[in-house]
Write a protein that binds this ligand. Structure first.
Ligand code: HEM
Length: 177
């Protein structure tokens, strides 16, 4: 009898401890859910924040009106690199030469690293208005095109070495055979 009372007492304690643990877990899960929903709200708000919109004319005017500012467009994004001129590893002249213009091609021609692309975010001041955006084909695509062109050319196909082999064999047997 004593044993039964002891066992039931133990179970009661365990049950109490279990529900305590459950409550803590529930509270923890709720706080995680709240903080993650807050974070996703913040992210959504950041994504919805519209950056300043410029026309291409405004950017070229910016250059003529503020002679000391170096502002240009790369892939429909407007950058003000005035404070970056002296730090640019490619020198300040190249940046000043494209001020007021669309520098997308010049930027791509250099083959800037991912680090450079990360760094660019610091100098972003806005975007080009939707109606004036241009979406140029990227380098990889044109490389694929070139590859196809080369592949279809006669000298790079398998026919050329085979034909050359036949001609050389015929010539050899004609001369020395
Ligand atoms: C916000 C815009 C830009 C940023 C943050 C930037 C950043 C950099 C960085 C970090 C490098 C070192 C190499 C690398 O990491 O790729 C570099 C090199 C260079 N950049 Fe830029 N750049 C910008 C725009 C431009 C533009 C518009 C041009 C051309 C008009 C240009 C021309 C060059 C050249 C010629 C080099 C030297 C490449 C070499 O020595 O191999 N950059 N730039």
């Amino acid at each position: 009898m004593i044993l039964i009372v002891m066992i039931s007492g133990y179970h009661e304690k365990e049950g109490a401890a279990g529900s305590e643990a459950e409550r803590t877990a529930r509270l923890w899960a709720r706080s995680v859910a709240v903080s993650s929903s807050l974070r996703s709200e913040q992210a959504a708000r950041a994504a919805n924040m519209t950056s300043k919109q410029f026309t291409r004319e405004e950017i070229s005017k910016w250059k003529s009106e503020n002679k000391t500012d170096t502002v240009f467009i790369i892939d429909n994004v407007v950058y003000d690199v005035t404070k970056f001129l002296d730090e640019h590893p490619g020198g300040h002249e190249v940046l000043q030469n494209v001020a007021g213009k669309d520098a997308s091609e010049d930027f791509d021609d250099v083959g800037h690293s991912l680090d450079a692309k990360d760094l660019m975010q610091k100098y972003k001041v806005g975007e080009i208005v939707e109606s004036e955006r241009v979406y140029a084909q990227k380098r990889q695509i044109s490389w694929e095109d070139n590859k196809q062109e080369n592949d279809s050319s006669f000298t790079s196909s398998w026919k050329f070495p085979v034909l050359l082999g036949i001609v050389v064999t015929l010539l050899y047997s004609y001369l020395f055979g």
